[in-house]
Design a protein around this ligand. Structure first.
Ligand SMILES: [Zn+2]
Ligand SMILES: [Zn+2]
Length: 100
């Protein structure tokens, strides 16, 4: 039997701000760069849950070996959405070699 611990979702009901506050280590140093976006962080099989990260915070966690995925990624060429992923696509060739 697999005992699954329920993730805490305390922050879910808070109103969405236009500009999300970065949860990354850079927030304390005021070095946020780029747009803050909601990402799902995993370290191996360990689920760290959802965080609001700027570009710098995402890069930092990747350097530390985490998997950082966006809620949804899309393709700049065809505009299709692909659900959770580490990055979006610039060209259709990047996501579907056989473009059917
Ligand atoms: Zn930041
Ligand atoms: Zn495409």
């Amino acid at each position: 039997m697999n005992t699954n611990s329920t993730p805490t979702l305390a922050a879910v009901d808070q109103p969405r701000l236009v500009w999300l506050i970065c949860d990354g280590r850079c927030a304390a140093r005021h070095e946020c760069q780029g747009e803050v976006k909601r990402v799902h962080v995993m370290h191996g099989s360990k689920d760290w849950g959802w965080w609001d990260y700027c570009d710098e915070a995402r890069a930092e966690d990747k350097r530390r070996g985490m998997t950082v995925e966006f809620e949804n990624v899309s393709c700049s060429q065809c505009g299709r959405d692909f659900g959770p992923g580490e990055h979006g696509f610039l060209h259709c060739a990047d996501h579907s070699p056989t473009n059917s």
